[in-house]
Design a protein around this ligand. Structure first.
Ligand SMILES: [Zn+2]
Length: 564
């Protein structure tokens, strides 16, 4: 029976509103997390199989950890959903979500917290645990408690909630013949056997170690390390792998490489990776953007100038070719190079010698050229803007850097990497991305490629409150949640259209422009709902998310106000 000292749990209407059944596209959402409605029978079967193949101890640990992960995720919602509520009500989001998710009925028995003194005691009664039911059905009455996933949830939720390790014990279990289960949680250090308890959550099994080794090998294989401080180029998509393989082959040679690809795909970083993998890695990497310099300066920039070569050339200066001697010279946006400079570039590529502007001395330069362009050079040749002989000279080893939309399998990896980068830069700790944000990123066309992704994520990092997950609406403020359905307090499905913050803003604007008071707006909405429901008050109430008595009460007030 529930302890008389504990106040009742608050209404869970706010949590029910977080559930959206987007049946049209086969998804269920709990706020930004994708959920799956699974038959308990399927979980029973899975549990039985695990017990049969891995044994009880290993199954227990696996399920504890699985539960822990889902508890952690729900904890992210708690302070978001009830930011201003008393602590117990904020905490109750976990037990209440656990109920809403169908795991178990939770009744709080004790909740004591004094963080400064290092004291936490949480006692909860569990009824109707699906795990106790499953265990007894498959294996008969138990000697030991069996609600492992549920217990992991309690530990994961509470640890993430208080941001310090909290461990729960199941002190009695319905699987052992008790009427109900009971759990007790404390800060980890308060348990005498905390080390043994915490080991249950360590990912130290042979299976997990193997998996980690495998992913380390995978990481090494999929990284390209450019000679810059920005870290490795990341990818595991097929398109990325193919590009990386071409770059590795070119790096072992001195061949002139032509990098093509849309704006923002990171051509310079790929060029740096090529340089870093080759024999010239300890020599300079010099880049020049042919579009960023005026035509009259580009030649002296590339080839250098002697003193007095042109007005303002007060002293002799080296060009980029000379500075890149022994190393790599990247000519970015090569399609923008003026025709006279193209002729000189061709001669340098053919002879390996440069002549400074205003000079007569040929200087040998040993430079590996990497050209990059986002325009179709073949077409530029057709239009007379680019020399055909120069294109032939450069187009020996073309590598196309794929646009981000062809690298969908890399998006999560890149996004996580950028999230960490910007979280550090802006001094924030974030929990990652919601499932909805990851899906939205996969679906986006990314016309601005990696650069666009980088900008969106920096913005998302700045806008997302600490310890929360970056959600889709912060990355793509223009997207709206699709119409879906939610569960009302009686457990029935209701159609809803979610109203994100910006919709609320436009609704507010509309209200302002209409000149209606809030009261008049309410009256208008109620009349409209009743009219559309053909006078059926129950239907009108449902449409407005009210109970029938609530609607009747509002109607009577409305009629009173309408009396002359
Ligand atoms: Zn139990």
């Amino acid at each position: 029976m529930s302890a008389p000292s504990m106040p009742p749990l608050p209404s869970d209407a706010d949590l029910r509103r977080l559930v959206h059944f987007s049946a049209g596209d086969g998804r269920i959402w709990l706020s930004g997390q994708r959920m799956v409605l699974v038959h308990a029978a399927a979980l029973h079967a899975l549990r039985r199989e695990l017990m049969g193949t891995l044994g009880r101890a290993q199954t227990r640990r696996l399920l504890l950890r699985a539960g822990y992960a889902s508890g952690e995720r729900d904890a992210l919602l708690a302070r978001q959903v009830r930011p201003d509520a008393p602590l117990l009500d904020v905490f109750a989001v976990g037990p209440q979500l656990h109920m809403l998710e169908g795991a178990v009925q939770v009744t709080p028995l004790a909740f004591e917290i004094d963080e400064a003194a290092g004291h936490f005691l949480g006692q909860f009664r569990w009824d109707h645990s699906w795990e106790a039911e499953a265990q007894v059905r498959d294996f008969g009455p138990q000697e030991e408690p069996a609600c492992w996933m549920l217990l992991g949830y309690a530990s994961g939720y509470t640890s993430a909630f208080f941001k310090r390790s909290v461990l729960f014990k199941e002190v009695q279990c319905a699987a052992c013949g008790h009427d109900h289960c009971r759990i007790e949680g404390r800060f980890a250090e308060a348990w005498p056997d905390s080390e043994a308890m915490a080991r249950d959550y360590d990912p130290d099994s042979v299976l997990v170690q193997l998996d980690e080794l495998q992913s380390q090998v995978q990481t090494l294989r999929t990284q390209l390390q450019p000679a810059d401080e920005l870290g490795p180029l990341i990818g595991r998509s097929r398109a990325f792998e193919q590009t990386a393989a071409l770059l590795r082959k070119a790096a072992a040679t001195q061949v002139t490489v032509l990098l093509t690809g849309e704006t923002g795909v990171g051509k310079e970083r790929f060029a740096r990776a090529l340089h870093a993998m080759g024999t010239r890695a300890d020599k300079p990497f010099v880049a020049i953007n042919c579009a960023a310099l005026p035509a009259e300066l580009i030649e002296s920039e590339l080839f250098g100038a002697e003193k007095g070569a042109y007005t303002g050339a007060a002293s002799a200066r080296m060009g980029r070719f000379e500075r890149a001697h022994g190393g790599t010279l990247m000519l970015d946006e090569l399609g923008e190079l003026p025709l006279p400079a193209q002729a000189k570039l061709l001669r340098v590529l053919q002879t390996g010698e440069i002549e400074r502007l205003g000079g007569h001395e040929a200087r040998r330069v040993d430079v590996r050229v990497v050209a990059a362009t986002n325009v179709d050079l073949e077409q530029a040749v057709q239009e007379g803007r680019f020399r055909r002989d120069l294109l032939y000279r450069l187009n020996i080893y073309p590598i196309r850097i794929p646009p981000l939309r062809e690298r969908a399998d890399d998006i999560e990896l890149l996004a996580m990497h950028l999230l960490q980068k910007y979280a550090v830069r802006h001094g924030k700790r974030l929990a990652g991305f919601t499932d909805r944000a990851l899906l939205a990123m996969r679906a986006h066309a990314w016309p601005g490629n990696v650069r666009e992704l980088e900008n969106l994520i920096e913005r998302g990092v700045i806008l997302t409150p600490s310890d929360e997950s970056v959600d889709a609406d912060l990355l793509f403020p223009h997207i709206t949640m699709q119409a879906g359905a939610t569960v009302n307090a009686r457990g029935a499905l209701e159609r809803t259209v979610a109203a994100p913050a910006h919709q609320a803003a436009s609704l507010y604007d509309t209200l302002l422009h209409s000149g209606l008071s809030l009261e008049a707006l309410e009256d208008t909405l109620i009349r409209e709902a009743v009219a559309r429901a053909g006078g059926n008050l129950s239907a009108a109430a449902r449409a407005l998310g009210l109970t029938r008595p609530q609607l009747s009460y509002r109607l009577s007030r409305l009629n009173e106000r309408a009396q002359p």
